[in-house]
Design a protein around this ligand. Structure first.
Ligand code: BGC
Length: 758
């Protein structure tokens, strides 16, 4: 009989916890001690090994490469196997064919949904709606677990201020506070209490600082002060750890000169020591082996370095399973170090109840929980909340369901491009395109016509590179032919919806770009569409903040739709026709040009700031000769089909003492004619300190819904804790003195009052 069965029977009998999937801490320790006592060194190293595989055929797992490794006890977990039957099959090999029957942990990059795909994380963050974000993670966990997955490599909480970096699409933008709130919501959504079979392990990534890669180039060097790490980049990771995230993934980059995967200060002193993390650390894909290229030694050296640093599981590099035995023999690592890592992996398996029921997450009868009408409806509602209305001159939007509506543009009739990067389980061709969504929404009330108008980019090589995951290929017609067709379609239309921007593969991993403007070929199409004199609404698809300076001057209405997931097309129609009033707010600054990058709202003042009213270049000030210092659209920005008016800020007191709180209240009124959501934002500036402090930092926000004419008082409670920061010695403190408190609809348009911390 295999161990898990013996365990289940004995522990359950001894403890009387017949219904519990898990024993107490002491029972867990006893069980793991006993198990580890039986394990050979190779079996131990096997637990630290995480290969990727999808080479198995259901029923044949045993005979696959991975199946052979599993039966020899060389594998602790596997990722990227899609399908509950295959997972069951391979789990059976682990449980029945390997010597000790230790169950496998099955992981996957379920980043923004499984089959029901939610908007890309950057878009989700623009909802500023924590319930919606938690809900998206919950649904992702329900679906992934119904497909056999027990562990997702999400949330990615890397702060980034560089939209050239393609992976901005996978994060929550530039702000540590918003990023931390989202990190917590996602961990909660995925993990719940980690008791039920639809609650899965989260993995916070990429630890750490991956979003600060130099020049926005993926995998590039990171170098920053500890002061900045603690104050600006660490908070979301810490928030996720505090929320109980079960695992952490190392990043590819160096941190203070040492690759994260081999950085003991980062993984042990900080993560476990200072933050009290008690889960396990997995590397990013081949990150151990990549330390060879970083110049840290050969595979044996870097594997030992990773283990000693605090890495527990090796994703794909074969460093642990391949070299640690030799390192042990040569005294380069200790048995205690290996055991510590093994214990952490076994604990994770134990905690989610895999020893009691290895098939807990592989219940084929749960298949009908995936991609249900209810879940899709939720994804549609959430997607509509993420779109950011950047401009709406003459109230072109919402458009009416009448006459002839033309959908034109390379993103107009593509299904596969709707869900966005990291839609690993998506059925790309099942989702509706914009054209189909608009057509279905109008029914027989209007005529909807379509033309592609242009390819995504003029250079066929670039388009081929970014369509590697089977997204639609380019149109073989010439630019002139595509344009001619579009002009003919436009001629018969009353209004034009221009679906433009980036394709899915223009963002995400290994998709950095240096030119963030609309590709020339699309701009030429846009110019022609505008020249028709007809109302033009631009839907901007993007996986990052793009440069929209030209559009902001020429296109009357712009709705940034990011990549909205499986239900994006219907959600777009909901907003375009006004069934839903747009309410997304930017979670990252939109620059005027790439030269402004990095540009972010919570910057320092410098000794030479530009005067507030200066809109032109001023010599010897911190600004540019050729472009204003301000962003095109600031952090927190987004319009609505209605308007909101903010009253004055009422402070309960202008003096705050330790152990007390004060409140700041503002009355917000919907002065327009439609019901709408506003995201009321609170910023604070510490005016004098022992270190320089940012010009403002987000400290709170509230999303409210107001009917036309309705007013609501929004109250924020200010606590001394909210004023804390890491000082020069990295102590988390607040310092008495004056603070500016700002409230407004975005980070630029704020009203300010002052208070004192005594
Ligand atoms: C990515 C991670 C991902 C991993 C596994 C890596 O290339 O950086 O974010 O979780 O692959 O697919």
């Amino acid at each position: 009989m295999k161990l898990h069965k013996i365990f289940a029977a004995s522990v359950l009998l001894a403890s009387g916890l017949a219904a519990s999937a898990k024993g107490t801490e002491a029972e867990m320790n006893a069980f793991i001690n006993d198990l580890m006592g039986k394990m050979t060194l190779q079996e131990k190293l096997g637990q630290l090994n995480l290969p990727a595989s999808d080479d198995i055929v259901t029923g044949e797992a045993k005979n696959s490469n991975i199946g052979e490794m599993v039966s020899k006890g060389e594998v602790g977990g596997v990722f990227n196997i899609a399908g509950v039957e295959k997972i069951r099959d391979l789990q059976r090999v682990a449980v029945e064919e390997s010597r000790l029957g230790i169950p496998l942990l099955f992981g996957m990059d379920v980043i923004h949904g499984y089959k029901t795909v939610f908007p890309i994380p950057l878009a989700l963050s623009c909802s500023w709606d924590m319930d919606a974000i938690e809900r998206s993670a919950r649904i992702a966990a329900e679906e992934a677990s119904a497909a056999g997955i027990a562990w997702t490599f999400s949330p990615m909480v890397d702060i980034s201020r560089d939209p050239r970096w393609g992976r901005m699409s996978e994060g929550s933008g530039e702000d540590p506070y918003l990023g931390s709130e989202i990190a917590k919501a996602m961990v909660k959504g995925y993990q719940g209490n980690l008791t039920r079979n639809d609650e899965i392990l989260a993995c916070v990534k990429h630890f750490a600082l991956y979003g600060a890669s130099e020049a926005g180039r993926d995998y590039n060097t990171v170098d920053m002060s500890r002061f900045r790490m603690y104050n600006e980049y660490f908070p979301p990771y810490k928030a996720a750890v505090d929320a109980g995230a079960a695992s952490v993934m190392t990043s590819f980059n160096t941190v203070d000169g040492i690759p994260a995967t081999g950085n003991r200060w980062l993984l042990t002193d900080l993560l476990r020591g200072q933050w009290g993390f008690d889960g396990f650390v997995v590397t990013d894909y081949t990150a151990i082996a990549e330390m060879i290229e970083h110049g840290m030694g050969d595979l044996q050296d870097v594997s030992a370095l990773a283990l000693k640093a605090g890495t527990d599981m090796d994703m794909v590099a074969n460093g642990f399973v391949g070299t640690l035995a030799k390192s042990l023999e040569e005294g380069k690592v200790t048995m205690a170090e290996i055991d510590e890592a093994v214990r952490r992996i076994l604990e994770a398996k134990y905690r989610i109840g895999l020893f009691e029921n290895p098939y807990k997450y592989a219940d084929p009868s749960r298949k009908n929980e995936i991609y249900t009408p209810e879940k899709r409806a939720e994804a549609r509602r959430i997607a509509a909340k993420t779109f950011v209305l950047l401009k709406n001159e003459g109230d072109i939007l919402p458009i009416q369901k009448k006459g002839t509506i033309a959908v034109i543009g390379p993103m107009g009739n593509t299904r596969a491009n709707m869900p966005g990067t990291w839609s690993v389980a998506a059925d790309l061709n099942n989702y509706k395109s914009v054209y189909e969504g608009i057509r279905d929404a109008v029914g027989d009330k209007a005529k909807v016509v379509y033309a592609k108008g242009s390819n995504l980019v003029a250079d066929p090589r670039l388009e081929a590179d970014v369509t590697m995951f089977g997204r639609e290929m380019r149109d073989s017609r010439s630019e002139e032919e595509l344009l001619a067709e579009a002009m003919e379609v436009a001629a018969g239309a009353d209004v034009i919806i221009a679906a433009m921007g980036e394709s899915s593969e223009f963002s995400g991993e290994s998709s950095s770009r240096s030119d963030l403007r609309l590709p020339d070929v699309q701009k030429r199409l846009m110019e022609k569409l505008l020249a028709t004199g007809k109302p033009v609404v631009m839907l901007n698809f993007s996986g990052r903040p793009t440069v929209m300076t030209w559009e902001s001057e020429h296109v009357p209405a712009i709705l940034n739709v990011w990549f909205g997931g499986s239900e994006a097309a219907d959600a777009i129609a909901d907003v375009v026709f006004g069934d839903v009033n747009p309410s997304g707010r930017l979670s990252a600054t939109m620059p005027r040009n790439e030269g402004q990058i990095p540009i972010y709202y919570n910057h320092f003042n410098t000794g030479r700031p530009l005067a507030k009213d200066a809109d032109k270049f001023v010599k010897f000030r911190s600004n540019y000769l050729d472009v204003p210092v301000t962003p095109l659209y600031p952090f927190g920005y987004g319009l609505s089909y209605t308007e909101f008016k903010y009253g004055d800020i009422a402070l309960s007191s202008d003096s705050l003492k330790d152990g007390e709180t004060i409140t700041a209240t503002v009355t917000v009124t919907n002065t327009g004619r439609r019901k709408g959501d506003e995201v009321v934002q609170l910023y604070i500036r510490d005016l004098v300190g022992s270190v320089s402090r940012p010009v403002k930092e987000l400290k709170g926000f509230e999303r409210i819904t107001l009917n036309p004419g309705e007013s609501r008082d929004v109250t924020f409670t200010i606590t001394p804790d909210m004023l804390k920061f890491y000082n020069f010695n990295l102590e988390y403190v607040n310092e008495p003195g004056e603070f500016d408190l700002m409230i407004g609809p975005n980070s630029s348009d704020v009203t300010t009052v002052r208070f004192n911390l005594k």
